[in-house]
Design a protein around this ligand. Structure first.
Ligand code: ADP
Ligand code: MG
Length: 696
């Protein structure tokens, strides 16, 4: 009988005590299996080290040598702590500096051997590495054999852990347990796709014999992960189709009351999407639909349609969004809409992580008793202990900010509710089916008419005064502006302007005759909400902010946005930020202060200057970054994939999907004995939303 490695604690590995176990937990590693799946963030080829005399200036390289001297001091100039070591081999010397890492004072000792990885520069006529990755090579034979003379894995670390230690622990775990891994891919399947067995693959992922071997191993482990993932997606799809949900009755009268809520008429796209949703809601099978639409295309209204339909049928609806600002905004908009309408008797409520315990208890009770019809909130909605009386419609807004699990947790609070997930990040068609194989897709392809144009313009850092002047001109005519920074305060990144610092400066200097506000993610909740309210009421003219603005915020009188250090933001992020303006009829202006230094940075800025169309932006982003970086994993709820990466391994994903389809067609409940191990593995990995499917 083989041990279950997903239930064998890392503590069984030699050298891991209770303390270390805690540290491993911070990396998300609990079991031996987790350790096997700890994917190195990169590898260093230390088979042949470059002598210092042969290093190439301007390139990232690995070098090694002996520490000849070390010193730490405080720079009188910048007040930063500066730590320096001098490292030499037989051929030459190199200097390494780190800033603000006082703990290094006690770390290195003269005479030790170190391996360093960084970009080699020339500074004051000497070779230099700034803040390189470093590793001390001890005299211990086990350490040495794992750390030099081979392709060496470099793992993600957490405080209190060294490469050396992780490497040793992984090696010991592999030695002791790798023979007990369960092979899930049949021999035939492996042969068809030229995949190694699992044991060999794990060995080559951690301690590759060659680059090629690592590649093959990576393919193999990824294939298996995709395979399980796709089976889970397909099973979910099957189970939804088989389930019984709520058939809502949607009358003409309801529809006209709904349209009466708005002072405008719906766009053609909105009408089409609502038609699709109407059909889904009316039928007895649960809806499972993804709504894509660019920033500002009016998705919220579609969500409200469903929520009100549920409420009008005597059921409950829940709308989940990623930030409290957005939750509050949706809530307020909805409250205002309903006030004097035919829906005024519908009870709506905001639910966020409020501190007030009593209020919370009360709301939880009302939810349970069905006294609340529509609940709007954040992640707070999916906590244990929140139970609905009869939830029949669920919305997940800005769904790329949530994971599959969170999506599932909210749905699980209802009786197979109709589910609408919404996103402003368009997804190329090929990827869509594979990643969202369990969802139907609707698209809003146009913006409401009457929107003012948005012009985007870039300034260099030394031209900041011009940009501030442009903002001033707009605020002087009674419109409002956002000024966005990548960081909150200067301690985060020294060389950057920060929201905090600039807020103070603007109040005293550039914008002292205006009302300037500040908002960021680390503010107290009620404080942030107060600031947002003031901005909406025009009691604040200029709002200095971080990316908390990125999602959803809707203040049509804000017609200017200045983004400093714009090269620091991702392209989609810039697009989302810019989506905060151009919401009214007036012409809006986006100003970027930026000096991109990388090729990608230049391309991103060019792209954002060239178009405001979200689908085009997404396409450009895909080209600039390559599929590899386009999607953050969490965006697709692929948290459960530990090694496989759908973006760069699309071909493998497609193969795995094909095999998963074949398998689930043949054995939809995974009852065959031959599939028992697969079933167990899937239940292990995707327990939250598959247990009930497979046990039934
Ligand atoms: P998003 O798709 O980014 O979530 P919202 O739903 O927040 O966009 O809508 C943005 C703004 O457009 C809101 O102020 C909303 O009232 C307005 N809006 C939505 N649909 C229309 C429409 N058909 N005509 C005019 N304005 C609309
Ligand atoms: Mg929205």
């Amino acid at each position: 009988m083989k041990r279950n490695l997903s239930q064998t604690s890392v503590q069984y590995v030699k050298g891991v005590g209770p303390q270390r176990k805690k540290t491993f937990l911070r990396l998300g590693i609990d079991t031996v299996e987790d350790l096997f799946y700890l994917f190195p963030r990169r590898y260093e080829d230390r088979r042949k080290m470059t002598p210092l005399s042969k290093v190439e200036i301007g390139k990232w390289q690995t070098v090694t040598g002996e520490i000849l001297s070390n010193s730490g001091r405080k720079s009188w100039h910048t007040k930063k702590h500066v730590y320096e070591i001098e490292v030499g081999d037989k051929s030459l010397r190199i200097f390494c500096v780190w800033f603000n890492r006082p703990y290094l004072d006690r770390y290195f000792k003269v005479g030790q051997r170190v391996v360093l990885y960084g970009k080699v520069d020339i500074y004051k006529d000497r070779l230099q590495l700034v803040s390189p990755d470093y590793e001390i090579i001890s005299d211990d034979e086990e350490d040495k054999s794992l750390s030099i003379g081979r392709i060496v894995p470099i793992y993600p670390l957490t405080r209190g852990m060294t490469q050396r230690y992780v490497r040793k622990t992984v090696k010991r775990a592999l030695d002791k347990y790798s023979s007990e891994t369960k092979e899930l891919l049949s021999y035939n399947l492996r042969r068809r796709y030229k995949l190694d067995n699992l044991i060999k693959s794990f060995l080559n992922i951690h301690f590759p014999e060659s680059d090629k071997a690592q590649e093959v191993a990576y393919r193999r482990v990824s294939f298996e992960e995709f395979f399980l993932f796709q089976i889970s997606v397909l099973l979910r799809r099957l189970s939804i189709v088989r389930k019984k949900g709520t058939a809502h009755r949607i009358s003409e009268k309801f529809c006209s009351s709904f349209l009466d809520l708005f002072p405008f008429s719906l766009t053609g796209s909105q009408q089409n999407v609502i038609e699709e949703i109407k059909k889904d809601l009316s039928c007895a099978y649960p809806m499972h639909r993804l709504l894509q639409g660019d920033v500002g295309s009016g998705k919220t209204l579609v969500a409200f349609f469903g929520a009100l339909a549920a409420a009008s049928n005597g059921y409950q609806a829940a709308i989940m969004v990623p930030t409290e600002i957005l939750a509050r905004q949706h809530f307020e908009v909805l409250e205002k809409l309903l006030k004097k309408s035919n829906f005024k008797n519908k009870k709506i409520k905001l639910f966020i992580n409020t501190t007030d315990k009593k209020e919370r208890e009360k709301t939880i009770n009302e939810i349970k008793q069905g006294k609340i019809d529509i609940l709007v909130g954040t992640h707070a909605l999916i906590q244990d202990g929140i139970n609905f009386k009869n939830l029949s419609f669920v919305v997940i807004d800005e769904q790329h900010k949530f994971g599959v699990r969170q999506r599932a947790l909210l749905s699980a609070k209802g009786m197979n509710p109709d589910v609408l997930v919404m996103t402003a990040t368009p997804i190329p068609r090929t990827l869509c089916l594979t990643l969202y194989g369990d969802l139907d897709v609707s698209t809003i392809s146009e913006l409401p008419s009457g929107r003012g144009q948005v012009t985007t313009q870039a300034f260099k850092p030394e031209e900041e005064a011009l940009a501030y002047k442009a903002v001033r001109a707009i605020v002087e005519r009674g419109e409002q502006a956002y000024i966005v920074y990548p960081v909150i305060d200067e301690s985060e990144k020294l060389e950057l302007k920060s929201a905090q610092k600039m807020f103070k400066r603007f109040q005293l200097k550039e914008f002292k005759d205006f009302k300037v506000g500040l908002i960021h993610g680390q503010m107290k909740k009620n404080q942030a909400q107060d600031v947002m309210q003031k901005f909406k009421n025009r009691e604040i003219d200029i709002l200095v902010a971080t990316t908390v603005l990125e999602v959803g915020v809707d203040v049509p009188n804000a017609t200017a946005m200045l983004i400093e250090h714009a090269e620091r933001f991702g392209l989609l992020q810039l697009h989302q930020l810019r989506g905060r303006i151009g919401r009214g009829a007036k012409h809006s202006h986006c100003f970027l202060i930026t000096e991109p230094t990388t090729q990608e940075g230049v391309a991103r800025i060019e792209a954002i200057l060239s178009t405001t169309d979200g689908f085009e932006i997404a396409q450009k982003d895909l080209m600039i970054r390559g599929p590899g970086e386009f999607f953050g994993r969490h965006q697709h709820g692929l948290n459960e994939l530990k090694i496989a990466n759908p973006q760069i391994q699309l071909d493998i994903l497609e193969d795995a999907r094909k095999e998963a389809i074949a398998l689930t067609e043949e054995d939809p409940s995974l009852q065959n004995k031959a599939n028992a191990a697969i079933k167990e593995a899937i239940l292990n990995r995707y327990p939250a939303y598959l247990a009930n499917i497979l046990s039934g």
